[in-house]
Design a protein around this ligand. Sequence first.
Ligand SMILES: CC(C)(COP(=O)(O)OP(=O)(O)OC[C@H]1O[C@@H](n2cnc3c(N)ncnc32)[C@H](O)[C@@H]1OP(=O)(O)O)[C@@H](O)C(=O)NCCC(=O)NCCS
Length: 174
Amino acid sequence: MSSKYCHESRATLIIRVFPTDLNNHRTLFGGKILADMDMTASITASRHARTKCVTASIDHVDFLHPVTEQDCISYESFIVLTGRSSMVIFVKAIAENLLTGDRRVAATSFLTFVGMKDDKTVPVPSIILETEEERELAEIAKARIENRKNNKLISKNIASIISTKPLKLRQNEE
Ligand SMILES: CC(C)(COP(=O)(O)OP(=O)(O)OC[C@H]1O[C@@H](n2cnc3c(N)ncnc32)[C@H](O)[C@@H]1OP(=O)(O)O)[C@@H](O)C(=O)NCCC(=O)NCCS
């Protein structure tokens, strides 16, 4: 499988914060930020693999600064690591106060996408890192691989012990 440069699959999404996206603290709803991170990263995954791609996991996300109605928020995604079928994609969410021009990192995350065809995982091209930022983030992503595998085992264990019955039925059992 051939290699591709990081810049070939970079993606950006810029959104003006609208009142409908705010929570009851009048800051941007966290779930909207997660959805837009996933959306942007999915474009990077598809551009890189040129096949169907699914989100396998979203790493830990810290919301570092509130985002308000005065802001626009831009999401930028790029691949930092590839495996056989997996792609680790870094996303940064940068908020910009449109009145002052002040810019701050609202959130960051690593998301893993997997290339698929006919319901099977398929190989994806490897990545050629180009910038110092990409190289540094690739090192961080590599260091997190074991952690990610452990998290999946924990999730599978949780799935094996929790009930899938609706709440009402469970209450009747007691
Ligand atoms: C993601 C999915 C395809 C993985 O299937 P699987 O049977 O566990 O596949 P495998 O164990 O063969 O792993 C395939 C690759 O995915 C990686 N992977 C699997 N689960 C992962 C996870 N939770 N986090 C990160 N990487 C993961 C593996 O490391 C492997 O990488 P490699 O090919 O580069 O070595 C499957 O769990 C799935 O379809 N999940 C639902 C996806 C979805 O609906 N997403 C939301 C909407 S897009």
